[in-house]
Design a protein around this ligand. Structure first.
Ligand code: NAP
Ligand code: MG
Length: 500
């Protein structure tokens, strides 16, 4: 028996079976004030440096998923609007951006970063209002990481000659970029910052449910005095995205979202000269060995799957626990999820906010039902859910088999599937038994084991004794059906340049 296992047995005896965390740890409400955030009743498209009415003439409502209240109206861009945005981006590319030296492009990108930093509080509140995520995450993760991303790529703009020694870089032209609703501002930053640094111009389409921070970013871009048309932001539904992808004057498509839409995009540009990067779904394995630091691992599991309501493509949605510690891990997990605070996303103590949309909630409910129907054992927190809005209590399943749908399909919600293994070989085989390959986590006392297991896992990002850690200098991207191309780091420049 290893020391870790001995410790585990002792803990099992000493600790009470269930702690009543709910009563013990209630905090007084601590809501972030929204007083100084003014959301205009209507939002236009950002084309050629100006906010312009959509040629379509139509608008759609965007809501707060925590209350179902309408926040504002958003322009719905049609094909003619997409065409106007692409034309503006092309003009800006020819006239200004491709002619500017890297050191000048850098100044503009630094300016965007600084302005974002100054408005961080406003951005965090709007992100929470429109997306449903807890304010502490928007404030401490989304916005600072987005800022860091602009700073990081501003630094590369005048150093591209050093990025690829012996080669020169050439920008591609106009990039069409499509992003999802789980990290709206951060995904916009991941797309826009490297594109601009490399000398491309951009047309970006945010997701229909979370357009607000991208439109606030448009204001920042206007204030930073970027030449008109260098960044264009157009709002709409899937068909707006499809029109952007199909536009003949786009040189590059960058997409983050579902594997299904990713495949459609790949098919629709087949045979064209458009370059493509896809960042799609995931079904990450978080692997806990017998010798892992159990309490840290529990925090890693919680962070891995319940962070941002599980609306994370790299979420650790499959937990593989070595049999020697399976009982203690499951018991500690049961206790720990009871302490998660679900509710008002604007409250600074909230851990789990609202599900992003009714549609997403239905998808989670459906998949969870299949887990129950297929005979898996469901564990859920006893928390009370708000009456209005879209909510799902933190959940995990035990008794899960590899073939169960909840172990195979992306749920994209706060739902974890727990499986066990005996040997490292079995862990690797089970972890790799998925169509996806975006990320993974390995928890063990031994550094050498982390390296050995990581080298055998088919995943683009692997965390050792931690989970969901991001840095702009570190590349992110997938294997297999999780997509291709990297965002972040030096590797993140590659999709936006031609090497000559
Ligand atoms: P999605 O449909 O793939 O949306 C991603 C982006 O693509 C959105 O801006 C979307 O616009 C746009 N889009 C939709 N159809 C398009 C098309 N035919 N051509 C071009 N662009 C198109 O994802 P979703 O419906 O929001 O979520 C569905 C599932 O995707 C989730 O349950 C989750 O499993 C997965 N997902 C993955 C990620 C990730 O980071 N990898 C992020 C979000 C969701 P609309 O918003 O208007 O549809
Ligand atoms: Mg969609």
């Amino acid at each position: 028996m290893t020391t870790a296992e001995k410790k585990v047995t002792r803990l099992e005896v000493v600790e009470p079976k269930h702690l009543d965390f709910g009563k013990k740890w209630d905090y007084a409400p601590s809501p972030e004030s929204t007083d100084f955030v003014k959301i205009a009743p209507r939002h236009e498209l950002f084309i050629g440096g100006k906010f312009t009415k959509p040629k379509s003439g139509s608008y759609f409502k965007t809501i707060n998923p925590a209350t179902e209240e309408t926040l504002t109206e958003i322009a719905d861009a049609n094909d003619a609007d997409v065409d106007a945005a692409v034309k503006a981006a092309r003009q800006a590319y020819e006239k200004y951006w491709s002619k500017l030296p890297g050191s000048e492009r850098a100044k503009y990108i630094f300016r965007i970063a600084r302005q974002l930093q100054e408005k961080a509080r406003e951005f965090a509140i709007v992100e929470t209002l429109n997306g449903g995520k807890p304010i502490k995450e928007a404030r401490d993760i989304d916005i600072p990481l987005a800022v860091a991303h602009f700073f990081y790529y501003a630094g590369w703009a005048d150093k591209l000659d050093f990025a690829f020694p012996g080669r020169k870089t050439r920008p591609l032209g106009v990039a069409g970029q499509i992003i999802p609703w789980n990290f709206p501002l951060l995904m916009a930053a991941w797309k826009i910052a490297p594109a601009l640094a490399c000398g491309n111009t951009v047309v970006l389409k945010p997701a229909e449910t979370t357009p607000l921070t991208a439109l606030l970013l448009a204001q920042v871009i206007q204030e930073a005095d970027l030449p008109p048309g260098v960044v264009n932001i157009i709002t709409g539904f899937g068909k707006t995205g499809a029109a952007l992808v199909k536009h003949p004057d786009i040189n590059k498509v960058a997409f983050t979202g579902s594997t299904e839409v990713g495949k459609m995009i790949q098919r629709s540009i087949a045979g064209s000269k458009k370059r493509l990067t896809l960042e799609l779904g995931g079904k990450a394995a978080n692997i806990i060995f017998n010798d892992a630091p159990i309490d840290q691992a529990i925090e890693g599991i919680i962070n891995g799957i319940y962070f941002n309501q599980g609306h994370v493509c790299c979420a650790g949605s499959r937990l593989f626990v070595q049999e020697g510690v399976a009982d203690i891990v499951i018991r500690k997990l049961q206790d720990r999820i009871q302490t998660l605070r679900v509710g008002n996303p604007l409250d600074k103590n909230t851990d789990i906010g609202a599900i992003n949309s009714k549609q997403q909630l239905q998808k989670i409910q459906e998949l969870v039902q299949t887990g129950v129907d297929e005979g898996c054992k469901m564990h859920q927190t006893a928390c009370e859910l708000p009456k209005k809005g879209f909510w799902f209590a933190p959940t995990f399943f035990t008794g899960v088999a590899q073939s169960n749908r909840i172990a195979q399909e992306e749920i994209f919600g706060p739902v974890l599937s727990v499986l066990t293994f005996r040997t490292p070989e079995e862990a690797v085989e089970k972890a790799n038994n998925t169509a996806y390959g975006l990320s993974a986590g390995v928890w063990t006392d031994k550094g050498s084991k982390i390296f050995k297991i990581s080298s055998q896992l088919k995943a683009g990002v692997i965390w050792g004794n931690t989970y969901n850690k991001f840095d702009p200098a570190s590349p992110f991207g997938g294997y297999k059906e999780s997509g291709f191309g990297r965002e972040g780091g030096l590797q993140g420049l590659m999709p936006y340049v031609e090497l000559v």
